[in-house]
Design a protein. Structure first.
Length: 283
């Protein structure tokens, strides 16, 4: 990974280049344009460092990428850190009430971005052409809007409405339990083809990256304040292994002794030595 320290003015319009490197935006030294590759890598490390269950990391990592590409404050959410409920639940939700193609889910106090993968799974598991789901006990409800970008490559359209719980009966849902009263998110999934992008290149990229905002970001990068990015970049390093004798012994083909000291590289002397040099070594 090449970090975002390359000088401004290089690359194409200050954007992330084809090698996945991040460039500083020449128009604003305080702004970076992150490549999807670097954003994905650092986000994965951050979620591990902040204590999300490892099995939940890939799905939440990808939604952070889509959300940030769409202009939602996903990195700001990571800068605040996962909550205790996020770490304890790690995306698990409970069905509190259900009817055909109508669900009420308890998000157990977790943030919308952490539970969004499970909510999308619940919607798609129902067989109806139109499925409605009420998600209660959810925090950072605005981040659930990322799901509106997830249907474009799945043949569905998802509508997200953060709303008070008295909206739920209007959607034909079962009664919302008292414990889930208050603010929540109303999700409506329709099984119909979304409008395809006009740009053929975006149409090609869409199934590869999973959302239109991310497809656009392949070209332009994801603009992010430098003051936000660098603390996250540094924090993500907590997910890496500390240097030790064991880690050195597993770092490629470098030869180290039992104390972790790198042994001399004899490759040039042995493999490419002429007869005279070989005799010297034998003596």
């Amino acid at each position: 990974m090449t970090s975002a320290t390359l000088v401004s003015g290089q690359g194409s319009d200050g954007a992330a280049d084809r090698l996945g490197r991040t460039w500083q935006n020449a128009s604003d030294a305080e702004t970076l344009r992150l490549s999807l590759r670097e954003l994905r890598l650092v986000t994965e490390r951050l979620l591990q460092a902040q204590g999300l269950a490892l099995g939940a990391v890939p799905a939440v990592r990808d939604l952070v990428l889509h959300a940030q590409s769409a202009g939602l404050p996903a990195l700001e959410y990571l800068a605040e850190g996962l909550s205790d409920a996020d770490r304890a639940g790690s995306g698990r939700v409970e069905i509190a009430a259900e009817a055909p193609d109508r669900l009420v889910a308890d998000c157990l106090g977790q943030s919308a971005l952490v539970v969004a993968p499970a909510l999308l799974d619940l919607l798609q598991a129902e067989s109806g052409e139109r499925v409605v789901l009420w998600a209660g006990r959810i925090t950072r409800a605005g981040l659930a809007a990322v799901l509106e970008h997830q249907g474009a490559d799945r043949g569905v359209v998802v509508t997200v409405t953060p709303a008070p719980s008295d909206t739920a009966p209007e959607a034909g849902l079962p009664p919302v339990p008292a414990a889930l009263a208050g603010e929540g998110v109303l999700l409506v999934m329709e099984r119909r083809a979304p409008e395809p992008p006009d740009d053929p290149e975006l149409s090609r990229l869409l199934p590869l990256v999973g959302s239109l905002p991310a497809a656009r970001a392949v070209r332009t990068g994801v603009e992010t304040p430098a003051a936000l990015w660098w603390p996250l970049f540094e924090e993500s390093a907590r997910a890496l292994s500390t240097e030790s004798v064991t880690s050195l012994k597993h770092a490629g083909a470098t030869a180290v002794d039992e104390n972790g000291v790198i042994e001399p590289d004899l490759t040039d002397d042995v493999d490419f030595a002429g007869p005279a040099a070989t005799d010297d070594l034998e003596q």
